[in-house]
Ligand binder design. Structure first.
Ligand code: GAR
Length: 213
């Protein structure tokens, strides 16, 4: 599987995917890192790993549709047939999501469908929940929605701040995202009535449920 990773910033999840793909036995290869921000730190990570990069500036496009159409073109030209959003913080057009339906996944730092959108960790702390986590899901037109592939659970501790909580969740994101990509690339994942079914899933692979690892 040839993967394009879309980023907007730091790219620590991108780094986790890069590290996983460096194992020769890993069934996917990153062929493009695409950013909507020229100064995204993730671009440096890609360059260091010898992965082609592209930056598209939304200001150079008339609207979201034309920006997203250029993204699709760039992704195809790079030879990618699958997309991972990794901290890509721009809304996607319905057209883009339709074009890449079931070939487009996202990672989000909560147990969806709770706490969508921005300021996720603040929302989580304000809610008083004792457990949160991260979710990998197939992307549908509505933001942070779509069939859930994998989740990892993380406790909320009494003195957590948005930063400490983000850090604890991020550790699990870095395990969950490569694992998710792996099982998709192994063709073990299908979607039926908008629910994800994983072939050969064994309950002993608890990493898909509670804390990854
Ligand atoms: C990650 O926590 C990711 O889950 C989140 O942004 C962060 C990106 O960090 N994504 C979203 O909130 C998407 N709705 P990274 O750039 O270091 O991977």
């Amino acid at each position: 599987m040839k993967v394009a990773v879309l980023i907007s910033g730091r790219g620590s999840n991108l780094q986790a995917l890069i590290d996983a793909c460096q194992d020769k036995a890993f069934p996917a290869e990153i062929v493009l890192v695409l950013s909507n921000k020229a100064d995204a730190q993730g671009l440096d990570r890609a360059v260091k790993a010898g992965i082609p990069t592209a930056t598209l500036n939304p200001k150079n496009f008339e609207n979201r549709a034309s920006f997203d159409a250029q993204m699709s073109k760039t992704i195809r030209e790079a030879g990618a047939n699958f997309i991972c959003l990794a901290g890509y913080m721009r809304l996607l057009s319905d057209d883009f999501v339709r074009t890449w339906r079931d070939k487009l996944i996202n990672i989000h730092p909560s147990l969806l469908p709770l706490f969508k959108g921005l300021h996720v960790h603040e929302q989580t702390l304000e809610s008083g929940v004792r457990f949160t986590g991260c979710t990998v899901h197939f992307v549908r037109p509505a933001m942070d929605e779509g069939p859930i592939l994998a989740q990892a659970v993380v406790p909320v501790l009494p003195n957590d701040t948005p930063d400490t909580l983000a850090e604890r969740i991020l550790e699990q994101e870095h395990r969950l995202y490569p694992l998710s990509l792996k099982i998709i690339a192994e063709e073990r994942v299908r979607i039926s009535s908008e629910r994800v079914i994983i072939d050969g899933y064994q309950p002993s692979q608890g990493s898909l449920i509670n804390p990854a690892g």
